[in-house]
Write a protein that binds this ligand. Sequence first.
Ligand SMILES: Nc1ncnc2c1ncn2[C@@H]1O[C@H](COP(=O)(O)OP(=O)(O)OP(=O)(O)O)[C@@H](O)[C@H]1O
Ligand SMILES: [Mg+2]
Length: 166
Amino acid sequence: MVAHGSGLHRIAPVNAPCLGDLRLVDEAATARLGAAIAVALERGEAICLSGPLGAGKSALARGLIRALAPDAGDVPSPTFTLVQFYAGPRFEIAHFDLYRLARPEEAFEIGLDEALRDGAAVIEWPERLEGRLPPDRLDVAIRLDGEGRRARLTAHGGWEGRALEF
Ligand SMILES: Nc1ncnc2c1ncn2[C@@H]1O[C@H](COP(=O)(O)OP(=O)(O)OP(=O)(O)O)[C@@H](O)[C@H]1O
Ligand SMILES: [Mg+2]
């Protein structure tokens, strides 16, 4: 383990079914986890972010998108458009916020399959897909923990056994 900023730098394999709990002391740590996930993310894969309102899903998505698309700028939450696409040097990244999704089919109508064909997707409120989740994915469940947060990572499909540096 190597000291790094306010936290610790760990190299841990993401073992199925669960890597365990990571403590995120502040928003910067949440964004840092997003950036660490971005390094390991491949085309065709999804990162599914669950947790209550205000958990920090958008903060993690922002860190991830900025790492993959350095010109992304603000990265506002796509609350009304449901999806926002960002071009990056490795592949395109699509940011879905499915909170207002009326039915799972709508996600495919707004381009979820195409997003995974052309690049990768980060998905807030994946519960709205009612189980129609991309097979190659990392689930990140965030919960409140005092002033900070905790994130539980669970790998599926191509993510199983992948190393993550955080
Ligand atoms: N690790 C953390 N510790 C403390 N606060 C955090 C942490 N991560 C994010 N936050 C804060 O939590 C608040 C909510 O973050 P964010 O908007 O990302 O949540 P969300 O899960 O996307 O919410 P929503 O479901 O409403 O979209 C922000 O004020 C952010 O600064
Ligand atoms: Mg959000």
